[in-house]
Design a protein around this ligand. Structure first.
Ligand code: DQA
Length: 156
């Protein structure tokens, strides 16, 4: 069974308690459970990881690139958190490792502060889901599953 990777960046481990008026009351564990259910419904298994460190995300994206090339992963759902707006390294990892990425933001970043309007990731993402809360992760898992059936074969 192929994997869908779910990678989240800084502070997303605090979901549920972090500014609930902005990010809602669903916890990080709730979000992962939702991804696991969506993965299973699409014949995939979810590999969910979170880190507060940019380099971890770069390492993981490179790893996902190798897994995709080997036919074992359909790509990554990626919420880079604040690194979205700062990280050339994450953008370069996505393009360098040729990772199919669906970028997700819980909040509508375009309705927030100006510094959140720029994403270094969006130009190299396969698609972007913003503003739909944790439901966005579910949609992103579904999208990667669907894209993979048209672009990749199951490994023998
Ligand atoms: C976020 C939006 C970012 O601007 C912010 O820094 C986050 C979360 C979101 O999911 O809405 O940490 O990526």
């Amino acid at each position: 069974m192929r994997t869908v990777h779910v990678l989240q960046g800084p502070n997303l481990n605090l979901l549920g308690t972090r500014e609930p008026g902005v990010y809602g009351t669903e916890t990080y564990a709730d979000a992962i459970a939702q991804c696991e259910r969506a993965a299973a419904a699409n014949g995939l298994v979810a590999d969910a990881r979170q880190s507060n460190h940019e380099g971890d995300l770069v390492d993981w994206l490179q790893e996902v690139g190798r897994e995709v090339a080997a036919g074992r992963s359909v790509g990554a759902v990626l919420n880079p958190g604040a690194l979205t707006h700062t990280s050339v390294a994450i953008r370069d990892a996505i393009s360098g490792a040729q990772v199919p990425v669906v970028e997700v933001h819980l909040t509508n970043v375009h309705a927030r502060e100006d510094f959140r309007h720029l994403s270094y990731v969006s130009p190299v993402a396969r698609g972007v889901v913003i503003g739909l809360g944790t439901f966005g992760y579910e949609l992103a898992v579904q999208a990667l599953a669907s894209l993979a059936t048209t672009t990749q074969e199951e490994p023998r």
